[in-house]
Design a protein. Structure first.
Length: 122
């Protein structure tokens, strides 16, 4: 069988790693696994998926939906109740852009560092 790649980590650039890791930890319930300095923080899921957050001086948030500063990546999260999940992420510091291309199927938000992410119903 040919070799297969297994995704084990995703690392996001941001201005404040601890703050962004805390946002995603509270939203997802992933475990905080690295918070040793101001330059890097990380979360892990039970199956080993690792999300890192690294400080970048001069970080520029994506300008979605305008592509002046491209989004470069986004997360999609499946949720049981879109309204409940929306209230959660907004309460944690996310923002909801006016432009919503998903209709009733999904909603777009921006995390506190400006990275777009989507919530979709299950």
């Amino acid at each position: 069988m040919p070799a297969r790649l297994r995704l084990t980590a995703i690392t996001l650039d941001c201005p404040e790693p601890r703050a962004l890791a805390s946002f995603y930890q509270r939203a997802t319930g992933f475990d905080m696994t690295a918070d040793s300095n101001d330059d890097f923080a990380a979360l892990a899921r039970g199956d080993g998926l690792f999300i890192g957050f690294q400080r970048v001086d001069g970080y520029q948030a994506p300008s979605w939906p305008d592509q002046t500063t491209p989004q470069q990546r986004h997360f999609d999260f499946t949720v049981d109740d879109l309204d409940e999940a929306e209230a959660l992420v907004l309460g944690l510091g996310a923002t909801k852009p006016e432009f919503q291309p998903g209709g009733d199927r999904w909603r777009v938000f921006k995390d506190p560092a400006g990275h777009p992410f989507c919530l979709t119903g299950s």
